[in-house]
Design a binder for this molecule. Structure first.
Ligand code: F6P
Length: 366
């Protein structure tokens, strides 16, 4: 056990949940306790727990047996940005207020030397802003969307991608029996990673992603071409952020008190209607929704989450701050949070996987 000036480490999970969060919590806590005997403090429900002063002790026992559990033992929240915190305005509505100074005060009061923030792009932005206020921070990149800058992959993505691919596999057999066009809408927000990789893994005939706007006429031509060659069914994997050429993404709802209020959804139905009109073929839509965020992490995510957690502990104990752990090639490294804040990692149009998909005849609707 090494001597470190870091005695108390806080840890929180922010934003939408995903498989692997508990594996990271376990990795950070066990490695920090082993390395330096640091005391771990769990913050409940993301940044909301810091505003509402809700924390729990996290000893070795508390983080044992959680490696394979989905969700997060700490709870999470995607509506609790301390810089724009929702408060009642006294007239039955909600206003936003900057409560970050109170959060800084509380962190100092409970003696946290450093804070590990596990979350997506929204959480990394808040984490960076908190570090600029003098709070030592180490970030860990989580999200099924795989859209965080500076890391090759986020944990949670592989699990969600596997769930989506397994669902598409199941859709395949019923599509074949009924000679139907089946559209599977997957999550991913403004990035198409989830659609691209699950579509590739499950042999989607058409993959629609936000990065490549589609034309219904092109999709219809592909479906007809398949039909003429005896393939009387087609599988279309549509990212929720997919959009037609010259058109917009479909916003399903707005969540007023969320840092990113836009919730996408509905493109699957939209494509189905366009295709039925263009081809006369029967289409069915399956929206996978939050199923993709649930369940146990894949072995890949368990390993990645543990590596991220252990690296975060190492950084905490060594007194690093204002950084996020990241996977670069095969290595886990630390990158400055300033390079992550405000960025979204979408798929470059010339990405190798798009090339590979095109080589095996996948249509992107362009
Ligand atoms: O960022 C993760 C994610 O699951 C997105 O893929 C999706 O657009 C969004 O969160 C859904 O958010 P909510 O859980 O608020 O409906």
């Amino acid at each position: 056990m090494s001597r470190s000036r870091i005695k108390r480490i806080g840890i929180l999970t922010g934003g939408g949940d995903c498989p692997g969060l508990n594996a990271v919590i376990r990795g950070v806590a066990k490695a920090a306790i082993r390395r330096s005997g640091a005391e771990m403090v769990g913050i409940l429900d993301g940044f909301q727990g810091l505003v509402e002063r809700r924390v729990i002790p996290l000893d070795w026992e508390a983080v044992s047996g959680i490696l394979t559990q989905g969700g997060t033992i700490l709870g999470t929240n995607n509506k609790a940005d301390p810089f724009r915190y929702p408060v009642p305005d006294g007239q039955g509505k909600t206003a936003v207020q900057d409560v970050s100074d109170a959060v800084v005060k509380y962190i100092r009061e409970i003696g946290l030397d450093i804070l590990v923030c596990i979350g997506g792009d929204g959480t990394m932005t808040i984490a960076h802003q908190m570090s600029l206020k003098g709070i030592p921070i180490v970030g860990v990149p989580k999200t099924i969307d795989n859209d965080i800058a500076e890391t090759d992959i986020t944990f949670g993505f592989n699990s969600a991608m596997t769930t989506a691919a397994e669902a598409i596999d199941k859709i395949h057999s019923t599509a074949m029996s009924h000679h139907r066009v089946m559209i599977v809408e997957v999550m991913g927000r403004y990035a198409g990673w989830l659609a691209l990789e699950s579509g590739l893994a499950a042999g989607g005939d058409v993959i629609l992603i936000p990065e490549i706007p589609f034309r219904i006429s092109q999709i219809a031509a592909e479906v007809r071409r398949r039909s003429e060659h005896g393939r009387k069914f087609s599988i279309i994997v549509a990212a929720e952020g997919a959009r037609p050429e010259g058109g917009e993404m479909i916003v399903r709802r707005t969540v007023a008190d969320s840092p990113d209020p836009v919730r996408l959804g509905g493109i699957g139905q939209n494509v189905a209607e366009g295709l039925e009109e263009a081809t006369g073929l029967e289409c069915r839509v399956t929206v996978l929704g939050h199923l993709q965020r649930g369940g146990v992490p894949t072995p890949f995510d368990r390993v990645l989450s543990t590596r991220f957690g252990v690296k975060a502990a190492e950084l905490c104990v060594s007194g690093a701050s204002g950084v996020m752990v990241a996977l670069r090639g095969r290595e886990i490294i630390a990158v400055p949070l300033s390079r992550v804040d405000g960025k979204t990692r979408t798929i470059p149009p010339d990405h190798k996987l798009i090339e590979v998909a095109r080589e095996v005849g996948t249509c992107f609707g362009d």
